[in-house]
Design a protein around this ligand. Structure first.
Ligand SMILES: [Zn+2]
Length: 286
């Protein structure tokens, strides 16, 4: 979960009271401008719409105000399904990890990790198995490296936003993901599939960079400048694909090249505006 910083537009203060729908629209706009067009939880690009999330999720206001700025984030419709599942809303805001307040991702001691897992993907309809195949899918996993408290928060966050599809679908001990036919056919929850596609796109990207490095026998003029262009193109691909934590994870696993990660995904470029690029927190070895 991408760590973020929210910045109010220069001409706005949290004391402003424009009021009504006009203010609500302005808040939406300011959130997108500040954080980029991504869901704050699953990191998917928001498509065509965005919905604000008041941290006190039981109350879902029609309109939001700049006074609530500290409590607002962007959320996609898939992450927002919890609103229809009362037992998920029993969790308090304090029990969860918030990407604008907690260390939600780092390379070395992250409370949330991204893992490619092999699962038996079973499509079923009213108890009957329609199909099954082995699939590789990227799961978001709670990790204890950052301590017990953050582990609990990470676990609750995955549960609350159902970041790995509906929890009851996944039988971790059996390595099975049992998905109802309607969910499978309509791709009702696309987050895990897109996250996985992004994982393989990131692998593809790093392999191209490695190929370029291998082809460099010293005879290519301006190789450094060309390599920089390729890295910029990868950064742009990542910007379109979203799933920032996946890019960081794959590139780190494949290269250990912190300078490359800084340049491509945590620089001060526009690509990931809203990123809290506190390099110490993101990159510090423990
Ligand atoms: Zn989302």
């Amino acid at each position: 979960m991408r760590p973020i910083i929210k910045t109010l537009p220069a001409n706005i203060s949290t004391d402003d009271t424009i009021g009504g729908q006009k203010e609500s629209n302005a808040v939406h706009h300011a959130l997108i401008e500040s954080l980029g067009n991504y869901c704050s939880y699953c990191e998917m690009p928001l498509s065509g719409y965005h919905v604000e999330h008041l941290k006190f999720h039981a109350a879902w206001p029609e309109q939001v105000t700049f006074r609530q700025w500290d409590e607002l984030l962007l959320i996609c419709n898939d992450c927002r399904t919890h609103i229809r599942i009362p037992e998920l809303n029993d969790l308090s805001a304090a029990a969860m990890l918030w990407p604008d307040k907690d260390p939600s991702f780092s390379l070395f001691n992250s409370p949330l990790k991204y893992e490619l897992r092999k699962v038996n993907y079973i499509v079923e309809n009213e108890g009957e198995i329609i199909s099954q195949e082995m699939k590789e899918l990227v799961f978001v996993v709670a990790a204890k490296d950052a301590g017990e408290v953050l582990y609990e928060k990470a676990f609750n966050t995955i549960t609350h936003f159902q970041l790995n599809m509906q929890l009851e679908f996944y039988q971790e001990a059996k390595g099975e993901l049992r998905v109802p036919l309607s969910v499978h056919q309509q791709r009702l929850d696309n987050r895990m599939f897109k996250r996985t596609e992004t994982w393989f796109d990131a692998l593809d990207s790093i392999n191209r960079l490695k190929e370029a490095d291998q082809a460099n026998d010293g005879s290519i003029p301006n190789f450094a400048a060309l390599r920089k262009l390729l890295v910029n193109q990868i950064a742009l691909t990542a910007w379109w694909a979203g799933n920032w934590s996946v890019w960081m994870t794959v590139f780190y696993q494949q290269t250990n090249d912190l300078e490359l990660l800084r340049t491509a995904f945590a620089g001060n470029t526009h690509e990931f505006y809203g990123l809290n690029n506190d390099h110490d927190a993101l990159f510090r070895a423990q």
